[in-house]
Structures are given as C-alpha cells and as structure tokens.
Design a binder for this molecule. Structure first.
Ligand code: FAD
Length: 452
C-alpha cells in the first residue's frame, strides 16, 4: 500500500507515525512545501524567550530520522493538485522547478491553516508580522533584540497573542495587546480569571485594551509606525497579527466538500467526501465532547489525535475520532492556567444554554504549608448542566502549577461524568502535593449542593 501524507506539522507527523505503527510495510511518502519539517509553533515562545536556544530543535522529527524509519521525505515539494479519479497527486519541486505525478492508495491531508491578516489600509507596510511556523519565529526573534524597536502592538488576545505579548515584554519592549472582545483570553477563561490576568499583565508592563477595532496601519518610510483604532492611535514599530487562522484549503476547493468557512468536511474516521482521501488538523473540525457537535478548535493535541485516527482507518483498522474539549494551558508571567470545555460567560458560543458554575478559591496544599514553602491560592471553576449534573467545563489558575487537574475534567466531560461522580472521586492526598479533598472534589460537592 502506498500512502501519501501532505504537511509535516502536528497532523502530518502523527499520520506518518501512526501509519508506521499500523502498517510497517506501507510505502510512505511525506511532503512538506516549506524548507524544514515538523516545526512546532507550540514551542515558539520557549525559543523567543531563550529557554530553547536553537530554532531547529523546535521539532518532533528530522528528515534523517524519518528516513531511517523507512519514510520517504520530500521537503520543498508542494502538492499542487489532486486527481482523485486516477488516485494521483501533482508534485512541484520548489527547489529545482521540476514537476511530476505520484500515485497513491491512500492520501492524508494535513495542510493546516495560515494566520488571518487584517485587510485594512496600510496592510502592505513593513514590520507587520504573523506568529506561526519557523520563518516567523526567526524573524520575531531578531526583533526581540532590535534596539530600535520600542513599541510592539499585538492584535488578538488568544493564546498566541498572549505568548507574543509576554515574550516582547520580557525582552524589554513596551507592549499593547488589543482584542475585539472586551476581555483578554475571553474565549478561554471567565472574567474572574481574566481580571486577574489583565492585572498581572499591567504589573509587568503590558497594556491590554478590549473592544478594539483596528482601522489602519500608519506608516513612515514604508514601515509601520502606529496603529489607528476606534480607541485612539498607538505607537508601534512592530505589529504582531494573531487574529485567528484561515484553513489552507485552496488545494482541494472544488474537489472535496468544504464548510462555509472553507474547512474540509470529514466523517468520524477522518475520511473526506472523496474515498481514500483523509484530512486532519486545523483545516478540519473536531467532535466537541460537551455537545457532540463538530467544532473548530485549532490545537496540536487535536491534530495529533486526528492524525492517528486517519492513519488507523487508512491502514484498514476502524477507529473513530475521540471527542475533545479544547483543553489547553498557558502561563502569563507568574500565573499558570488551564481550561477545558464550556465556560459560563461564553456558553452560548459553544452551543450550550442554562449551564451553571461554581468557583472555589482555596490553598493548593494544607494551610500549615506557608507560601514561602510553595503554597499558593488556587482558583477553580467547574461548569455543569444543572438538570442532570453533567460536567461541561473547568478552569483553573494559580501561581503554583496545578494545570494538570484540567486533564481530569476533560476526561470527565468525555466520559459524560457528573458532579455527583466527581464529588467523592478518589484522588491521592500528600500534604506536599495536594489536600485530602482535591479542589475538584470540593467544587463538585459545592455544585451538588447548588443543584439540590
Ligand atoms: P499546520 O501546523 O498548519 O501545518 C501545515 C503544514 O502543511 C505546513 O507546514 C505547510 O507548509 C504544509 N503544507 C500545506 N499545504 C501543503 C501542500 N500543498 N504541499 C506540501 N505541504 C503543504 N496547540 C496546542 O495544542 N498547544 C499549544 O501549546 C499550542 N501553541 C501554539 C503556539 C503558536 C504560536 C501557534 C501558532 C499555534 C499553537 N498551537 C498550539 C496550535 C497548533 O500549532 C496547531 O493546531 C497545529 O499546528 C495544527 O497542525 P496541522 O497539522 O493542522 O497544520
């Protein structure tokens, strides 16, 4: 069997690894149009802040390693078109200009998404950057040490914008971050959490302005010098645009069924509308565990699960894509936070009505352990359906890293567990790590009292 995998980021990497596990005898061809395979944008902040020194190590895989495992890797080679009737792809070698056709038995598309750029006057000025992939990582890193750069303006306060703002603030730049939403991280956390994070940003020199519409990039000598918005004009010698992504699906427009936003429609086996063509990652949607509906959640964790699912099915073993809840975690200066599933403030965006929540504030470990010894306040919120107690979401934040608790909530959502199940669930106790009632027990017990 010959399998062609297109795209070398999270989805493509997992599809290749999955195929090696499922069918070691398959002939695997792996295509990437960029000049580097498997760069992980998830590791970009670690590189920008200097935790990881070499940009080329921010990857799962090298060409040599993949080839040692028998995979044929083609870098700087683009899949330009697909002939589904003859089961072949047309390949353009971007390095030497040559072209050829390659047949396939199974085709797995992990073609991802590209950053959405603002279509406003001044959009062609220099120093308007995006933050995705190795090339942007290198360009951003150069800016961090540019002494002429004083003001950075970040558009979009999702995870990526937050990472950009923090990295540039730590590099000593004056940073403003804006969003359409009134709150930063508004899609990830409720206001009890975002108020604390906005304050944390302020104390570290990052100015957040909410409910902003960008009107124009202002320039001087062809370079950006400021940003005009409906809330005033801001100085900016660098703009980082992190206002969402657009599925990179022009390759399959007219061939595969796409949704209204251009994402590839897939079934529960990751198969597209054309037999033997599978699609995974940010170019598709995922099953959302709290509601069972399909949802667009651009995460590496999702792309990996989809990649493995596609590989299994392409190899002939039936596997359904697991339902996911958008579980994610991040740090903002001293705080670590994580969230999964439905939030109280934005439940309707997730297709939910009438959900209720309980917020608990307590110590991470028993209060006899001092803050100097590592104790810290933990804020945990659980969101549930009051009609049957079903757990729909969770959010956690602390200056101590307690983010892994959210994985338990994600699993609870996936398993359709209720606050009744969680209230007395068995969790370890050791005063160096936790309390006799973990904060999730405590919150679920409060939720049960609220329902009753
Ligand atoms: P993409 O990463 O979009 O990659 C697609 C690849 O396909 C590209 O390399 C492209 O060049 C190639 N390609 C496209 N078309 C062709 C073609 N025709 N021929 C050949 N090659 C082609 N997610 C998390 O879960 N956790 C995190 O901490 C996290 N942090 C992030 C931080 C940043 C700064 C960014 C930008 C994203 C982060 N994400 C995180 C999201 C995660 O990176 C994406 O969800 C993930 O990259 C999606 O993977 P993908 O395989 O769908 O495609």
């Amino acid at each position: 069997m010959k399998v062609i995998v297109v795209g070398s980021s999270h989805g493509g990497y997992e599809a290749v690894r999955g195929m090696l596990l499922e069918n070691p005898d398959a002939e695997i061809q792996w295509y990437e149009r960029g000049n580097f395979i498997s760069f992980l944008s998830c590791g970009m902040e670690l590189y920008l802040e200097g935790t990881v020194k070499d940009v080329n190590t921010v990857a799962y895989e090298t060409v040599d390693n993949a080839e040692k495992d028998g995979v044929h890797v083609f870098v700087q080679q683009e899949i330009a078109s697909i002939d589904e009737k003859n089961k072949s792809v047309h390949v353009k070698n971007l390095a030497d200009g040559s072209e050829r056709d390659e047949g396939y038995d199974k085709l797995i598309l992990a073609i991802g998404a590209t950053p959405r750029r603002l279509d406003v006057p001044g959009k062609d000025l220099e120093n308007l950057y995006a933050m995705r992939g190795r090339d942007w990582a290198i360009k951003l890193k150069q800016k961090m040490v540019d002494p002429d750069l004083k003001h950075v303006f970040v558009i979009g306060s999702g995870y990526i914008g937050i990472e950009a703002a923090e990295a540039f603030a730590k590099a000593g730049k004056e940073v403003t971050i804006v969003d359409h939403n009134p709150r930063l991280l508004g899609n990830y956390l409720d206001s009890e959490f975002t108020e604390k994070l906005t304050q944390e940003f302020k104390e570290n020199g990052v100015n957040f302005v909410g409910s902003v519409n960008v009107a124009e990039f202002v320039g001087k000598d062809g370079k950006v010098s400021g940003v005009k918005t409906d809330q005033g004009t801001f100085d900016a010698e660098l703009v980082v645009e992190t206002a969402g992504v657009i599925p990179n699906t022009s390759l399959v427009d007219g061939l595969l069924e796409l949704d209204e936003r251009g994402r590839i429609k897939i079934d529960e086996h990751q198969e597209t509308s054309v037999k033997d063509i599978y699609a995974v990652g940010d170019a598709t949607k995922v099953p959302y565990a709290p509601t069972g509906e399909l949802s667009s959640i651009a995460l590496a964790s999702n792309a990996r699960r989809q990649g493995r699912t596609a590989a299994a099915n392409a190899a002939g073993r039936e596997l359904k894509m697991t339902a996911v809840s958008g579980s994610s975690a991040l740090s903002v200066f001293n705080y670590h936070f994580a969230s999964t599933g439905v939030k109280q403030d934005t439940q309707e965006k997730c297709g939910v009505k009438g959900a209720e929540s309980v917020l608990i504030e307590d110590w991470a470990v028993p209060p006899f352990v001092s803050e100097e010894a590592g104790n810290a306040k933990v804020y945990f919120k659980i969101t549930f359906d009051p009609t049957d107690g079903r757990i729909l979401g969770g959010q956690i934040m602390s200056t101590r890293d307690v983010t892994a608790n959210i994985n338990t909530i994600s699993f609870a959502i996936q398993q359709h567990a209720t606050v009744y199940d969680l209230a007395y669930a068995d969790f370890f106790f050791q005063p160096g790590f936790d309390r006799p009632w973990n904060i999730m027990n405590e919150a679920a017990q409060a939720a049960v009292r609220k329902i009753n």
